[in-house]
Write a protein that binds this ligand. Structure first.
Ligand code: ATP
Ligand code: IP8
Length: 264
């Protein structure tokens, strides 16, 4: 199937933005409501939009408790698989219903049913489903979660990887990661007060100090930045911005050079 004709924007809503990452199962409803209205403006301007969201304080604590990210060698009971998927479905339901309330035709897609991995890496994605939905003006809403894996049995697929592959597969114009910081800094801004924001970060030239990602089984900001390579290479404009500040996501989608642009 051909890529959709209109300009496409893939948005990864970070778990650090839509949930309180340090408080298990806590959604930031006010933030989600505001972001939904910004997404509405992006969509109403004639762009097709795909949303992917992260695990935040829903998926990460459950995946970490049962070490689901290392696969079946963790010896986790089948109930753990059910629990992580259920936690992510609960968060997905919140995101989808906020988008619907803001007037958008949002449809949640269960990651386990549209994606598959091998050795912890995505090896199959049902792109035609995304293409068909956006061709009808629908906004698919996906999320990082547990997927089946042909060598590990199962693994945790990050929403970052999913967003990158959707952006590449659908030839999106932009891929925007909304996080709880302004962008990529010279070091973790939460622990290094002297850290400076980088307007551009080169994947091949810049070496950045990243903070540890203790409440994140998929590797935090470092993994996010490194995972963007295929999208940057494919010519997608990739940006990491602050989703906690009003209108930043919207303005970035409309072309304002906010946050950090990731380049080769
Ligand atoms: P999720 O994986 O739940 O979707 P997210 O995508 O919102 O989460 P995180 O993985 O939590 O994002 O990454 C954002 C965090 O990365 C920030 O809160 C910040 O403290 C941390 N961080 C570590 N090193 C850096 C750095 N060099 N520059 C910017 N942020 C950094
Ligand atoms: O937060 C991981 O997705 P991410 C989701 O986008 C789970 O890395 C279940 C931990």
């Amino acid at each position: 199937m051909a890529a959709p004709a209109k300009t496409g924007v893939v948005i990864k809503l970070g778990g650090s933005v839509i949930t309180e990452k340090a408080k298990p199962f806590t959604v930031r409803k006010g933030v989600l409501e505001r972001l939904s209205s910004e997404i509405g403006e992006i969509w109403q301007a004639g762009n097709w939009v795909v949303i992917v969201h992260g695990g935040g304080s829903f998926g990460h604590p459950v995946a970490s408790r049962y070490s689901l990210h290392v696969g079946k060698s963790s010896g986790s009971p089948p109930m753990a698989i059910s629990m992580v998927e259920d936690a992510m479905r609960e968060l997905n339901r919140e995101v989808v219903s906020h988008l619907i309330k803001a007037g958008m035709p949002a449809v949640g897609l269960q990651t386990l049913g549209v994606a598959h991995a091998s050795g912890g890496r995505l090896d199959w994605l049902n792109l035609p489903v995304y293409e068909s939905l956006v061709s009808f003006g629908v906004i698919p809403v996906s999320y990082g979660s547990l997927v089946m894996d042909s060598s590990l049995g199962y693994c945790i697929l990050s929403g970052d990887d999913l967003a990158v592959q959707i952006a590449v597969g659908l030839s999106a114009k932009k891929l925007i990661f909304a996080t709880d910081v302004e962008g990529v800094y010279s070091a973790d801004p939460k622990s290094e007060s002297a850290a400076v924001l980088l307007p551009r970060m080169s994947l091949s030239r810049d070496s950045i100090a990243f903070g540890s990602a203790s409440n994140d089984v998929t590797g935090g900001m470092k993994k996010k930045v490194l995972s963007t390579g295929p999208a940057v290479q494919a010519g997608v404009e990739v940006r990491i911005v602050n989703g906690m500040r009003e209108d930043v996501l919207k303005q970035a989608a409309f072309g304002k050079p906010l946050g950090t642009e990731i380049v080769l």
